[in-house]
Design a protein around this ligand. Structure first.
Ligand SMILES: Cc1cn([C@H]2C[C@H](O)[C@@H](COP(=O)(O)OP(=O)(O)OP(=O)(O)O)O2)c(=O)[nH]c1=O
Length: 190
């Protein structure tokens, strides 16, 4: 029987993806400060956040079970795009992404007694040319608000993705292949 783990995430996408891996899990609530540190690179930032979420979760369950945390960021021109604050911020993000290629980085960490297992997956997304009317209409759907970079490849935003180099599940929030590898490493270590 597989060990039950904690999932330190409020993201419905991560819950669905972990279910696909047939991994028994319980949701664990954590509150992690997601601010970027001064001069921190995007890759260091995303890996740190995944680790912080996993470690905060492990502490929250008092070490009773291993806990998985993940983080996804969108990077364009070395700038990290988080979730849009409002419509103006979203419009700015879409103009950055329009007709260009950007990176999506997803980090996964599993904290257990004495160790943290980690993986980082980077993908490139080639975005469509967007008009102001398309941007305004997309905001109205409500989909962009809780998504890093302001779009969801798995939803309406998928129509703006011309080409993906990398992992689809990582862009959605949890890389299936790499997470499965981590879970196998975890089972072997218990
Ligand atoms: C680029 C992209 C992001 N996203 C989502 C994945 C993440 O849920 C979210 C990025 O924010 P995160 O801070 O990684 O995650 P979260 O706040 O949703 O959940 P938690 O921290 O509790 O685990 O954006 C998509 O769903 N589709 C996409 O195409």
């Amino acid at each position: 029987m597989k060990t039950t783990i904690g999932l330190a995430s409020a993201s419905p996408r991560r819950k669905e993806l972990l279910t696909v891996l047939q991994q028994p899990f319980e949701l664990v609530k954590v509150d992690v400060d997601e601010s970027l540190l001064p001069a921190e690179s995007p890759l260091v930032y995303v890996a740190r956040l995944a680790k912080c979420k996993a470690e905060a979760g492990f502490a929250a369950v008092s070490g009773r079970m291993p806990v998985l945390g993940a983080d996804t960021i969108v990077v364009v021109d070395h700038e990290v795009l988080g979730k849009p604050r409002d419509e103006a911020d979203f419009g700015w993000m879409m103009r950055q992404l329009s007709g260009r290629v950007h990176q999506v980085h997803t980090a996964v960490a599993i904290a257990s007694a004495g160790s943290v297992l980690q993986q980082l997956v980077s993908s490139k997304v080639h975005f469509a040319d967007l008009t102001e009317a398309m941007i305004a209409a997309y905001w109205q759907t409500g989909e962009p608000a809780d998504k890093a970079g302001g779009y969801g490849i798995q939803g309406i935003g998928g129509r703006y993705v011309r080409y993906l180099e990398g992992s689809y599940s990582a862009v959605v929030g949890l890389p299936l292949y790499e997470t499965d590898q981590l879970l196998q490493q975890l089972e072997a270590s218990l």
